[in-house]
Design a binder for this molecule. Structure first.
Ligand SMILES: *Cc1c(COP(=O)(O)O)cnc(C)c1O
Length: 367
């Protein structure tokens, strides 16, 4: 797999120019930089000087620290309360969604006395339903949260919520979630005036008016995923290629692959390519997906195996040719969104599904 770090950085700048100077851009690099390699992504983004990074787990946060990241690292998923002291030691920024976790964090802050205050964030549930303080109970939990916010050992870095439908055609529910968030922020006292307020993933950052928010959390757009109607198109970041290892002439009626689900209609030329679902090429692309060979679109025939995929090709294709399953070749391009749609999933899953067997090669080493 080839990864174009320059394109990641330019996609970040696209988000920046879209949201304007009023919002900080916090790149989300969870799941090893959406499968592209967190090290490669962080190195590519460094010249853009992000204010902070976002990850999902403590280990991902520690990996960023090991890469030399010095800016705040937000852990966006709720962690088990037992992990909070470890997070505090690694100076990661936890997300707090309930009073029990807040108590554990406050306790960790007591033990970190003499050091800089521990940064943390509050998540507010405005409809996603999986995490965050529940808005209807704010009268009960806010007074306690407010005391914690004011305590000397802790510092509130930000307050955020997550939208469930920012990539859909109908943006009504997303707008209502933003309204709920803004109402909450306006109705409580004690949020520091310098706190980050953020609601937007890639789709929201590029398609919605962000209300009170002063930061955004783009992920998939940075890695080349389109986010729906009305948004700019990102630059392609990843190219997925493998070599043709065998070419054969199939006679009419010959079958290919497990289950013999494809049968040659006439004399056909089949190229066996050394990539399969074990590399993360979605198995759903069997008999549906495409590869580019010598710039030409060629259909995947039969089911995808763990290690090989067969493509129906034109006469000039030979052993050793690269086959492109994602990204550009010659004048052609297979877009991430197209692959996701054919595989019945989202671009996020296509990228994060690419397995460890594939080397991640910076694009500049492929020229
Ligand atoms: C993953 C994630 C994002 C980024 O979402 P994209 O759709 O990839 O832009 C933003 N915020 C939170 C809380 C997330 O978990």
């Amino acid at each position: 797999m080839e990864v174009d770090g320059g394109a990641v950085r330019r996609n970040l700048e696209l988000v920046r120019s879209h949201v304007g100077a009023g919002a900080r851009v916090v790149p989300i690099v969870k799941c090893d930089g959406y499968g592209l390699g967190a090290g490669l992504v962080v190195e590519a983004l460094a010249p853009a000087r992000p204010f902070a990074y976002g990850v999902a787990t403590v280990d991902e946060g520690r990996a960023l620290r090991a890469l030399g990241v010095r800016v705040p690292v937000m852990v966006l998923c709720p962690a088990p309360p037992g992990d909070l002291p470890r997070m505090a030691r690694a100076r990661l920024v936890p997300t707090i969604s309930d009073l029990e976790s807040l108590g554990v964090l406050a306790n960790a802050a007591l033990h970190a006395k003499g050091r800089a205050p521990l940064l943390f964030q509050l998540e507010i549930d405005t409809g996603m339903g999986r995490s965050g303080f529940v808005l209807s109970g704010a009268a009960q939990w806010w007074p306690e949260v407010r005391r914690a916010v004011a305590s000397p050992g802790l510092r509130l870095l930000g307050v955020f919520t997550h939208l469930h439908s920012a990539d859909e055609a109908d943006l009504g529910s997303a707008r209502r979630q933003i309204e709920r968030f803004d109402d909450f922020v306006a109705s409580v006292e004690g949020i520091p005036s310098d706190a980050l307020l953020h609601v937007a993933n890639s789709a929201a950052a590029l398609r919605l008016d962000l209300g009170a928010a002063n930061a955004v959390r783009p992920g998939i757009f940075l890695y080349g995923g389109s986010v729906g109607h009305g948004a700019p198109t990102p630059e392609t970041v990843a190219a997925l290629r493998a070599r043709v290892v065998m070419v054969r002439e199939a006679v009419p009626g010959a079958t290919v692959g497990y289950g013999a689900t494809y049968r040659a209609r006439g004399r056909e030329r089949w190229a066996t390519v050394a990539i399969g679902y074990g590399d993360g090429l979605p198995r759903e692309l069997g008999n549906r997906g495409w590869a580019l060979l010598r710039g030409r679109r060629s259909p995947i025939v039969g089911r995808i195996s763990m290690d090989t995929t067969v493509v129906r090709v034109a006469a000039e294709v030979a052993v050793g040719d690269p086959a492109t399953f994602l990204g550009g070749d010659g004048g052609g391009e297979i877009a991430l969104g197209e692959v996701a749609e054919l595989a019945d999933t989202v671009a996020h899953q296509v990228l994060t599904g690419l397995s460890a067997r594939l080397p991640r090669i910076p694009m500049e080493q492929c020229r």
